[in-house]
Design a protein around this ligand. Structure first.
Ligand SMILES: Nc1nc2c(ncn2[C@@H]2O[C@H](COP(=O)(O)OP(=O)(O)OP(=O)(O)O)[C@@H](O)[C@H]2O)c(=O)[nH]1
Ligand SMILES: [Mg+2]
Length: 404
């Protein structure tokens, strides 16, 4: 695949920093500067005294960066709760009433910022373009003892499964893993006291009133970890998407080249009235944890699964090497992935001879030595061989696990 070209229009000076900023605006992030090659500055013209420059930017990699970014599973945003309204300093003024006394009301509380988990959304795309959120300010207090209105709570919807982290991603504030769950991420400031509050026997006409307190402010990172029961991992082209299509009604893109799947794909598998959500993850290759291929950024979506299906292309001669290469990547990623229950699925058995199958299987089993072997199931996802047995084994795995 040749590197995709993107045309970017910027207004103003011609320099690569601007190209980068524009990319951040368009895609939420910019690839490393090496990969941006502002090709010759194509044309420019003036509109209302502004110089409009069009660049063609080559994203020097083999996948379509834009397509990858359409599914957004991480966003950094800045939130600010509303400030409290100021207290009022005012005095009762009426005909025939002298020295009416203080009557300034308190300011209203500022609005909070709350994240709420909502179903039926599986990307954080809404937070790509808008990254700054401010809740309403409390109203100022008023004369005649009127308190200001409180600011409205700002509710930010996020997909169920979103984790809210500190800016450096080291502290986990909340894990919104069930529909409707909420997390109050910033509290509105209290309203200031009006001068009515400061009345005392020694000071019967206070002119003092407090300002409202500022609302809390912070930068948070939102990270989506899809919630699925079963995760499909393996090399590109192993047939993960074909398997997803064989056992669920999902229709992922299937093709005979690596990195066909650019984003996690979800499907629902039925087994005797039970439902299992399955997630097909983009393929991994050796070195994925260093960013090779699509990298391991999607492995986070396997963290919450309860069973990993490790799909191996049976037409490859050395299954053990393939298996351990992927296991190494899972190990480097961490997140408890290696400790998860797992099943090995040898795919494409329609394309190998029986002799090869048994030889390779024997060698593969031997490679485990004395270590406990996970269950190994042979299938042909495209030829629909062994699919029922696989579904049966998955169901058994879950029912056994639950009855223990
Ligand atoms: N012969 C045979 N070919 C298969 C089988 N399953 C998948 N394929 C072929 O293998 C190729 C890759 O299949 P995909 O399902 O796209 O593979 P994938 O693991 O999702 O690959 P990535 O999305 O790139 O990670 C396609 O050409 C499929 O038709 C099978 O059981 N037998
Ligand atoms: Mg795929």
């Amino acid at each position: 695949m040749s590197a995709p070209l993107h045309t970017i229009t910027i207004i103003g000076k011609n320099d690569s920093r601007r190209v980068k900023l524009k990319m951040v605006e368009l895609w939420g992030t910019a690839p490393q500067s090496k990969t941006i090659i502002p090709q010759r500055f194509q044309n420019h013209h003036r509109v209302c005294d502004r110089l409009i420059i069009t660049f063609t930017v080559e994203i020097a990699s083999f996948y379509d960066y834009n397509a990858v970014m359409k599914f957004l599973d991480k966003a950094k945003i800045h939130i600010k709760a509303g400030d409290g309204g100021n207290g009022a300093a005012s005095f009762r003024r009426e005909k025939y009433i002298e020295f009416g006394g203080p009557n300034g009301g308190d300011g209203g509380r500022g609005g909070d910022v709350v994240f709420r988990a909502v179903p039926n959304v599986n990307t954080l795309i809404d937070y790509r373009y808008k990254t700054n959120f401010v809740a309403q300010r409390g109203q100022n207090g008023m004369g005649r003892m009127r308190t200001g209105f409180s600011g409205e709570t700002l509710v930010l919807p996020v997909p169920t499964g979103t984790v809210i982290l500190s800016e450096n991603e080291e502290i986990e504030y909340a894990d919104l893993n069930t529909d409707g769950m909420e997390y109050r991420a910033a509290r509105g400031g209290n309203g200031g006291w009006g001068n009515l509050h400061f009345k005392s026997p020694t000071n019967r006409a206070p002119r003092q009133a407090n300002d409202g307190l500022p609302g809390e402010e912070r930068t948070v990172v939102l990270r989506l970890k899809l919630i699925a029961d079963i995760g499909l991992v393996g090399f590109p082209n192993a047939g993960k998407s074909t398997l997803l299509a064989a056992v669920t009604s999902a229709r992922p893109k299937i093709a005979n080249y690596p990195f066909t799947t650019l984003n996690p794909q979800l499907g629902v598998m039925y087994a005797h009235n039970r439902e299992f959500v399955m997630v097909d993850l983009p393929g991994l290759i050796a070195g994925a944890h260093t960013g090779v291929g699509l990298g391991d950024r999607f492995l986070g979506h396997a963290e919450r699964t309860r069973l990993i299906l490790h799909v191996i292309d049976g037409t490859e001669p050395d299954w053990a090497a393939r298996y351990s290469a992927i296991r190494n990547e899972m190990d480097s990623y961490g997140g408890g992935l290696l400790g998860k229950p797992e099943m090995i699925v040898i795919n494409k058995i329609d394309a190998i001879s029986d002799d090869d199958l048994s030889d390779r299987m024997a060698a593969f089993k031997k490679s485990f030595g004395r270590r406990k072997k996970p269950e190994i199931i042979t299938i042909s996802a495209a030829g629909r061989i062994g699919i029922d047995a696989l579904i049966g084994a998955i169901e058994k795995h879950f029912t056994q696990g639950e009855s223990k």
